[in-house]
Write a protein that binds this ligand. Structure first.
Ligand code: PMP
Length: 401
């Protein structure tokens, strides 16, 4: 009966805690407060006036700063607005309405479009597909990235498979970084669709939590080497580097794809917010500037991940498994009856991402994965929330046997 008593005590406490979304904490945002009074100059490196329209591709100095960090040559990089998610959404809309290089026709004219979705994965990728009428097929994640035997079989046998979501580094939510062999196979594989694209969402490229960062192979370069130069769309943003509501985003790809992308976006916008781009260049300066800034993030975020690991180990050893990522924003907890655990936590005032959100259509067939986002709460609240979550796991295990 201990589990029931612990749960009754937990409910009694009337908590109101939120572990749902991977948001930076106020203290992390404070690291970028100096940006609020930048830029000091509105002149770009080429002398142009950042206050005016123009420069759809974005400032060269900002593209050069991020090019090595996200493994795209600066000339093939485009700077977008504050949300890389909007770039992903819009790229698919463009592909639906204007044939991507190598396509026989617009995707909207295809009888069916399918995207491969490594699971557990990022719910907002899946909701883009749902909104745009794209069928999703799950592919299991392994410790090396998506199961490439499954991926190779599906892309080779089904010409409706036009896309695949990938969060290749410190993946959301597992924290896995794709192995060199996984990346090589993605670059080399034969696809039935000539216009197949990998949506390479490198959202956590620089978000390390240790001094021995994971290394990610360069899919864009490898694909070109294997004769598939147009295979990859790369995305990234500074949402979790500088300010989550006021960052800059990036789209990178082959010269052909970038031309296609800019042609389409030129119908959407006369130019991006270059004042924000200048602000980012002045604040981050160079690669060392980004690395130093990310170390300060890690000092704030690292202890939270350690705390999650410690509480889960103390309370759930043998009952559940979870990831201990070396970077990124999430811990993935695997438990039996995940949906019921989340419901019990909610009733006790602990909000978690809905069970199933990590899978297409919100359905986790094994009902196992719970995504934990530990960055936003401060340590004391986080400890209460994870301890409360562990109480719910124990309760459900006890009740369900
Ligand atoms: N991709 C992944 C994998 C993410 O986890 C997130 C944020 N949770 C995003 C994209 C969203 O990025 P942005 O703020 O640039 O839209």
């Amino acid at each position: 009966m201990t589990a029931q008593r612990d749960y009754a005590d937990l409910v009694q406490r009337g908590l109101s805690l939120d572990l749902t979304r991977g948001k930076p904490s106020p203290r992390q945002l404070d690291l970028s407060n100096a940006m609020l009074t930048l830029p000091a100059s509105y002149r770009a490196a080429d002398g142009s006036d950042g206050r005016n329209y123009g420069n759809l591709q974005g400032l060269a100095e900002l593209r050069e700063l991020f090019a090595p960090l996200i493994q795209v040559p600066a000339g093939q990089l485009v700077v977008g607005g504050n949300a890389s998610l909007a770039l992903m959404h819009d790229t698919i809309v463009h592909a639906l309405l204007s044939p991507v290089p190598g396509a026989a026709r617009r995707w909207i004219e295809e009888p069916e479009i399918t995207f491969l979705c490594p699971v557990p994965g990022y719910d907002r990728h899946f909701t883009i597909c749902e909104r745009l009428g794209i069928k999703m097929v799950s592919v299991p994640m392994t410790a090396d990235g998506p199961d490439m035997d499954v991926v190779e079989r599906l892309v080779a046998s089904d010409a409706s498979v036009k896309g695949m979501w990938c969060v290749p580094k410190y993946s959301n939510p597992t924290g896995v970084t794709y192995s060199d062999e996984t990346v090589r196979r993605l670059a080399a594989m034969t696809t039935a669709a000539p216009d197949f694209r990998v949506f390479w969402d490198n959202a956590y490229a620089v978000h390390h939590l240790t001094d021995t960062p994971d290394e990610l192979a360069d899919l864009l370069a490898l694909s070109a080497e294997h004769g598939h130069p147009d295979r990859v769309f790369v995305y990234a943003s500074t949402s979790k580097v500088t300010l989550a509501g006021a960052g800059v985003s990036f789209f990178g790809s082959s010269p052909e794809n970038v031309k296609w992308f800019l042609h389409n976006t030129s119908k959407q916008s006369i130019g991006p917010d270059k004042i924000n781009q200048l602000r980012h260049v002045e604040f981050l300066r160079d690669g060392a500037g980004v690395a130093g800034h990310m170390r300060r993030h890690a000092e704030l975020v690292g202890p939270k991940f350690e705390l999650v690991d410690k509480v889960l180990s103390e309370r759930l050893g043998g009952l559940a498994t979870w990831t201990s990522p070396k970077g990124g924003y999430f811990v993935s907890l695997e438990v039996p009856h995940a949906a019921e655990v989340v419901a019990r936590a909610k009733a006790a005032g602990i909000a978690l991402t809905p069970a199933g959100a990590t899978h297409p259509y919100g359905k986790d067939p094994d009902d196992r994965t719970i995504r934990i986002a530990p960055t936003f709460p401060e340590l004391d609240e986080l400890e209460q929330a994870i301890d409360g979550l562990a109480t719910c796991v124990r309760l459900v295990a006890d009740e369900r046997g």
